[in-house]
Design a protein around this ligand. Structure first.
Ligand SMILES: Nc1nc2c(c(=O)[nH]1)N[C@H]1C(S)=C(S)[C@@H](COP(=O)(O)OP(=O)(O)OC[C@H]3O[C@@H](n4cnc5c(N)ncnc54)[C@H](O)[C@@H]3O)O[C@H]1N2
Ligand code: MOO
Length: 640
C-alpha cells in the first residue's frame, strides 16, 4: 500500500546530462585510499603511486647465449687461416648456458655453434670476440631506482612481470570503490522458473555488479528490499555507511510507490531528479553524508545507460583513470529516427556493411527490451536540440561490437522463421566472427530492404492469389533494376494455431467469426497476414468481422505465445511455433519460404557460406526435427 507520508511527485526535472554529471562530481572530494596487494594478485588494479625498481634486471652480468665465455682480448687475431686455441685448465674459457653469470675476468661469450671442440680441455675459434658480445649487462632491462610505472596505470600481465623482476613484490594500488547495489520493489523476486504474473526476476543487480567489476569497482549486492519507506531508509543508511557509492534501483519515477527521492532528500541531499535523456530520464543523483547515492530507473535499458553516464565516471574519478571511450563509426541511416526536442535520445542500432557502405537501423526503443542491448552493434545519440534524423543521413555511432564482426555481419530482413536462428548458429560455428542480424519486419518489408540496399538477405513467403505462385510475382513487380538471386530452400506448413485439443473446433476462417473467437493477427506486409487476408477474401468476409484483427504481432512465436495465454483465441502461423508453445496446429497449406538476395551478396564469401549451410545434412536434420518443414537441398540458385 502507498505510504501517505510520501505523495506522488510527478514533475521530474529535465536537467542536461552533462550538467547533472558535473554537479555530481563537484559535490564530492574523493579521498583515494591506497592499499598494498601482492604483485601476482594485482592484475587490473590501478597503481596509486609511481613505482620504482628495487632491483636491477638482470642484477648480474648474464650470458645471453649458450656457449663459452672468454676474455675478448685473447681471441683477437683469430682467423680461418689462424685459429686460436683456448684451454679451460689455463683459465682461458668456461662453458656457459643462457642466463648463467659471467665471472670476472671474462667479458665476452661465443656461441657454441662457433666453437670447434678439439678435446675435453681445448677449443678452437676462427673469429675474434668483441668485448661484451652476447652478454646481458647488469640493468640491461631495468636499473635500480628507475620508474617502472606511473600512477593511475591499469596493471596488465606484462606489468606484473616487470614489477616482480624489478624487485617489487607488493604494489600500492587504489582501493576499489565499494559500490552497494540495492534492488527494490514488491514485484521483484530472486531468479525462479515459477514466476507468477506480476513478478519480475531481479536482473538489474547482476548487470550493475558486472559493470562495476568491469570498471574496477567492488560491487556488493544487497537483498531485494520491499517498497516500504522505513525499510528503504534503513538499508540506504546502512549501505551509505559502508560504501563509496550506493545504487538504489527502481522507484525513481512518478509511481505511487516511488519513494526513493523523498527518502534521499530526508536523510541526505538530492542533487538532481530527472535528466534530459530518453531513455533514462528518472535518475536520482544525491548524497548521504559523503557517500554518493544514485537512484536508477527500473527499466533495464534505462538503468544500464544511466550506469554508464553516472556510475562509470565516478568510479574512474575515484580510481584516477581516464574514462574509456568506445570506437566510433560513421554510418548511413537505413530508417528515419524521430526524436524528442529538448532531450538527448539514445537509440540502439544494428549495423551492416551492404553494397559498400555501413547501414544502421534502429532497434526497438522500448526500455524494457534487454535483448536490444544484447543485440546492438552500436548506439546513436540524437542531440537534445534535434527533432530527429532522416533516412540516408550520415551519423556517427558508438560501437558496441568490434568492427571486424560488423564487417562480416549478414543483415537479414523479412519474415520471421525459426530456421533463420538455425542458419545463424551454423554459420557462426563455421566462422566465429560472422553473425546474422535479423530484423523481423515481414515479407514485404524484407523485399523493400533488398530494394533499398539495407539488407543482405530477405526471408519471404508472399502468395500471389491470382497465380497461386509464391514470391516471384512480388519480386518482379517491386524490384526491376537489380540482379537478384532467390534460394528456394524451404517448404513449411501454415495453419491455425489453437489451444491444445482445438476446443473451439477451428477448421476454417468462418469458424473464427461464427464462434466469435479472438484472432491474433500479424503486422501488415507479413506473408501470413497476406495469406489471412486472402482467406477472408475467398470466404467473402470482411476484416471488420474478425475480433482482434487490429492487434498485430511481429513473429510466429509471439502469435503462439498470445494464443497460449488468451482464452478462445486463434492465430495463423507455422507448425513449429505451435509446437514450441505446446499448442495444436490445424494445417491449411504448404508454402514456400525463400531467401532473396542480391547476386553480389550471393557470390560473396558470406553468400557462399550461407549456401554451404543450407545444403548441409546437419541443417536439414535440425530443421526437420522441428516439424512442419521440408528442407530442399538440391535447389538451383534462381537468378532474376
Ligand atoms: N507517469 C509516469 N510514469 C512513468 C514515467 C514518467 O515519467 N511518468 N517514467 C517511465 C520511465 S521512462 C521509466 S524508466 C520508469 C522508471 O520507473 P521506476 O524507476 O520508478 O521503476 P519501476 O516503475 O519500479 O520499474 C520499472 C520496471 O522495471 C522493472 N524492474 C525494477 N527493478 C528491477 C530489477 N532489479 N531487475 C529487473 N527489473 C526491474 C520493474 O519491475 C518494472 O517493470 O517509469 C516509467 N513510468
Ligand atoms: O526514461 Mo525511461 O528511462 O525511458 O525508460
Amino acid at each position: 500500500m502507498k505510504d501517505k507520508r510520501y505523495g506522488r511527485k510527478i514533475y521530474l526535472e529535465d536537467k542536461p546530462r552533462s550538467q547533472a554529471l558535473q554537479e555530481l562530481l563537484d559535490a564530492f572530494t574523493f579521498e583515494r585510499v591506497i592499499e598494498k596487494v601482492p604483485t601476482p594478485e594485482a592484475l587490473g588494479r590501478i597503481t596509486a603511486a609511481p613505482i620504482y625498481a628495487r632491483l636491477s634486471q638482470p642484477h648480474y652480468h648474464a650470458s645471453a647465449m649458450d656457449g663459452i665465455s672468454v676474455i675478448a682480448e685473447e681471441t683477437y687475431g683469430a682467423h680461418e687461416q689462424n685459429p686460436v686455441q683456448l684451454s679451460i685448465s689455463n683459465g682461458q674459457f668456461i662453458y656457459v648456458d643462457t642466463g648463467n653469470p659471467i665471472p670476472s675476468p671474462f667479458d665476452a661469450v661465443i656461441m657454441i655453434e662457433n666453437v670447434h671442440v678439439v678435446d675435453e680441455d681445448t677449443i678452437e675459434i676462427i673469429e675474434p670476440a668483441t668485448p661484451w658480445q652476447h652478454i646481458r649487462p647488469i640493468g640491461e632491462d631495468v636499473v635500480t631506482g628507475e620508474m617502472l610505472l606511473p600512477q593511475g596505470h591499469k596493471l596488465r600481465p606484462v606489468d606484473l612481470g616487470a614489477l616482480l623482476g624489478g624487485g617489487v613484490f607488493e604494489v600500492p594500488v587504489t582501493k576499489k570503490p565499494i559500490v552497494s547495489i540495492i534492488p527494490t520493489g514488491n514485484e521483484i523476486v530472486s531468479p525462479s522458473i515459477d514466476v507468477k504474473p506480476g513478478e519480475i526476476i531481479e536482473t538489474n543487480g547482476t548487470v550493475f555488479a558486472g559493470y562495476v567489476t568491469d570498471w574496477g569497482g567492488a560491487p556488493v549486492k544487497e537483498e531485494i528490499v520491499k517498497d516500504n519507506p522505513d525499510l528503504i531508509r534503513q538499508v540506504l543508511l546502512t549501505a551509505a555507511e559502508k560504501s563509496d557509492i550506493v545504487i538504489i534501483n527502481a522507484g525513481s519515477s512518478a509511481g505511487s510507490k516511488d519513494y526513493t527521492v523523498h527518502i534521499i532528500a530526508e536523510i541526505g541531499q538530492v542533487l538532481s531528479h530527472g535528466v534530459a535523456t530518453r531513455p533514462g530520464k528518472p535518475v536520482v543523483l544525491g548524497k548521504i553524508h559523503n557517500t554518493v547515492v544514485i537512484g536508477l530507473p527500473g527499466y533495464p535499458v534505462s538503468a544500464y545507460l544511466a550506469m554508464e553516464w553516472f556510475v562509470r565516471p565516478l568510479i574512474c574519478e575515484y580510481l584516477g583513470v581516464a574514462e574509456p571511450e568506445r570506437e566510433k563509426l560513421t554510418v548511413k541511416l537505413g530508417r528515419r529516427v524521430i526524436s524528442n526536442m529538448g532531450s538527448e535520445d539514445f537509440v540502439r542500432m544494428n549495423i551492416g556493411y551492404v553494397n559498400g557502405q555501413y547501414i544502421a537501423n534502429p532497434l526497438t526503443r522500448a526500455a524494457g527490451v534487454t535483448m536490444s542491448m544484447v543485440r546492438a552493434d552500436g548506439l546513436l545519440l540524437v542531440p537534445a536540440e534535434s527533432l530527429g534524423l532522416e533516412q540516408g543521413e550520415m551519423v556517427e555511432l558508438d560501437l558496441y561490437k568490434p568492427l571486424k564482426v560488423i564487417n562480416k555481419s549478414i543483415l537479414f530482413s523479412g519474415s520471421h522463421d525459426l530456421t533463420i536462428d538455425i542458419i545463424s548458429s551454423q554459420i557462426r560455428s563455421q566462422d566465429i566472427n560472422r553473425q546474422i542480424i535479423s530484423s523481423h519486419t515481414g515479407s514485404m518489408a524484407g523485399l523493400m530492404a533488398i530494394r533499398k540496399g539495407e539488407a543482405h538477405i530477405a526471408g519471404i513467403h508472399l502468395l500471389d492469389p491470382d497465380s497461386g505462385e509464391y514470391n516471384l510475382p512480388f519480386i518482379k513487380k517491386y524490384i526491376n533494376d537489380q540482379k537478384l538471386v532467390l534460394l528456394r530452400f524451404l517448404k513449411r506448413e501454415q495453419g491455425w494455431i489453437v489451444a491444445k485439443g482445438n476446443p473451439d473446433h477451428v477448421h476454417s476462417v468462418n469458424d473464427l467469426i461464427e464462434k466469435n473467437l479472438n484472432f491474433v493477427n500479424r503486422q501488415k506486409g507479413a506473408g501470413t497476414r497476406i495469406l489471412f487476408d486472402h482467406l477472408l477474401k475467398k470466404a467473402n468476409l470482411s476484416s471488420e468481422s474478425v475480433k482482434g484483427y487490429q492487434r498485430e504481432m511481429f513473429s510466429h512465436l509471439s502469435v503462439a505465445a498470445e494464443v497460449k495465454q488468451q482464452e478462445k483465441s486463434v492465430g495463423l502461423g507455422i507448425y513449429s511455433a505451435a509446437k514450441a508453445m505446446d499448442l495444436d496446429f490445424i494445417p491449411i497449406a504448404d508454402e514456400s519460404y525463400d531467401l532473396l538476395m542480391t547476386a553480389s551478396f550471393y557470390e560473396s564469401e558470406g553468400g557462399k557460406l550461407l549456401e554451404t549451410v543450407l545444403r548441409s545434412k546437419e541443417f536439414k536434420n535440425t530443421v526437420e526435427q522441428l516439424g512442419g518443414y521440408k528442407v530442399i537441398q538440391d535447389f538451383q540458385p534462381y537468378y532474376i
